[in-house]
Design a protein around this ligand. Sequence first.
Ligand SMILES: *[C@@H]1O[C@H](CO)[C@@H](O)[C@H](O)[C@H]1NC(C)=O
Ligand SMILES: *[C@@H]1O[C@H](CO)[C@@H](O)[C@H](O)[C@H]1NC(C)=O
Ligand SMILES: *[C@@H]1O[C@H](CO)[C@@H](O)[C@H](O)[C@H]1NC(C)=O
Ligand SMILES: *[C@@H]1O[C@H](CO)[C@@H](O)[C@H](O)[C@H]1NC(C)=O
Length: 471
Amino acid sequence: MKIIKSSPLLAMLLGLIIIAAAISTISVEGRKHHVKRIKPKHRRHSKDTPAGSPAPAPYPSTHDGVFNILAFGAKGDGVSDDSKALVGAWKAACKVAGGKVEIPAGKEFMVKAVTLQGPCNENTVVQIEGTLVAPAKIGSWSKSSLFQWLNFKWVSHVTIQGSGTLDARGSNWWNLDNYQTQKRNKYIPPMKPTALRFYSSGNVTVRDISIMNSPLCHLKFDDSDGVKVNNITISSPENSPNTDGIHLQNTRNVEIQHSNIACGDDCVSIQTGSSNVHIHHISCGPGHGISIGSLGKDKTVACVSDIIVEDISIQNTLAGVRIKTWQGGLGVVKNLTFSNIQVTDVQVPIVIDQYYCDKSKCKNQTSAVSISDVKYNNIVGSFTAQPVRIACSNNVPCMNVDLMDIRLRPSGGIRGLQTHQQQHALCWNSYGKTQGPLVPSSIGYCLKKSNIDGYYPKRFIASSQEKLCSS
Ligand SMILES: *[C@@H]1O[C@H](CO)[C@@H](O)[C@H](O)[C@H]1NC(C)=O
Ligand SMILES: *[C@@H]1O[C@H](CO)[C@@H](O)[C@H](O)[C@H]1NC(C)=O
Ligand SMILES: *[C@@H]1O[C@H](CO)[C@@H](O)[C@H](O)[C@H]1NC(C)=O
Ligand SMILES: *[C@@H]1O[C@H](CO)[C@@H](O)[C@H](O)[C@H]1NC(C)=O
């Protein structure tokens, strides 16, 4: 004080230094801003920000086209709600060609149910290296967004990749009654969310990531066209109910490969409207195996065609490869090939069940989804309940069901099976051909041969049902 008072010249000098410092700070910030090519959408008015402090960049991009969610305010502490940061980074990445959302390694981001919506510029990537976790408490899920946790909607040419994990923390959902009693919760949600869903999307790829502990299905594609799934891991406990691995509905042109799926329900579930699906080099189990259906519930029309499942291994599952339809349904399932399948301790490796029913008894009905052109080739390994169970509709027989090179042995040896029947293949109202080797030999005389009379009802039904699926 004394100095300044006694020397006005020195005070002026000090003032000049301060001003010069302020100017240089501003110009450094200015240069930083200049480097960014993406224009901020909502430019802050300078009057909102105190003079001298830099205006926050609405689209922080670490380098060109990469949008790290930390730069969008994510905390990554596993507790704070990072949903807004994820949506923010997505919106920014979506706007530029080749934009990439980065979820960095070594951090856990808690994200609530969000929709990441397109259409985007082109080739958007979501790089997941860290972990995304869903809210732990059921009560923190918004009642209006119980369909899914992470929802990609109307996107095309989008890739989700990285060595990170999506943990949907579903354990509380698996036994809601228990949850309600223990936590004295009154609120029981009317539905359970799927973990990762692509809705009405095209040309999407999901690779390398892990998806675990979904309340319901882990990865679902519906109303989509062009799907590639490669090198992913799906896991939830064997006793977690309805936790399908991958669910396809109204989705065409799909390839699922080199992945591991262990869950409480179907490893892959293929529903109506799905066609041209190629599944290969995957490992399934525990769970319920690969399922076409269930189809035709409540007299609905089902259409599934052109499915190849090959070079896979299935262990510790309820079924191996299964087609299940409800009585009373309509439509067509056709052109399916199951080949080179290794089964280990699978209850029933080959199943067609046209009497599917989730209660103890369902009403017998005459109509059925028609099933034809199903090839089983080189299905080898061990079963625990029955080798083959093909139960087709009384009125609509299964046609061209071919069993070739099937070798299935009881896991614990013949003595491990309780009844004589369990050792044998069962076929009901199913036509096709067989070709050896066949073990057990009962597979050889299980199907009816295709060249006998009595096809009129089938032909009639098949062509009328075909029309239901051709539009
Ligand atoms: C998927 O990609 C192919 C080839 O690039 C293109 O022809 C097709 O229109 C795309 N489909 C969708 C739904 O984006
Ligand atoms: C499969 O994904 C893992 C990360 O989960 C990665 O380290 C590995 O390189 C991927 N393998 C292939 C063949 O892409
Ligand atoms: C059966 O499906 C396969 C695989 O999608 C396809 O390549 C083939 O053309 C189909 N066959 C018929 C007769 O439609
Ligand atoms: C339905 O049909 C099956 C086979 O013909 C028969 O065993 C069963 O008793 C019938 N069920 C009912 C509920 O009528």
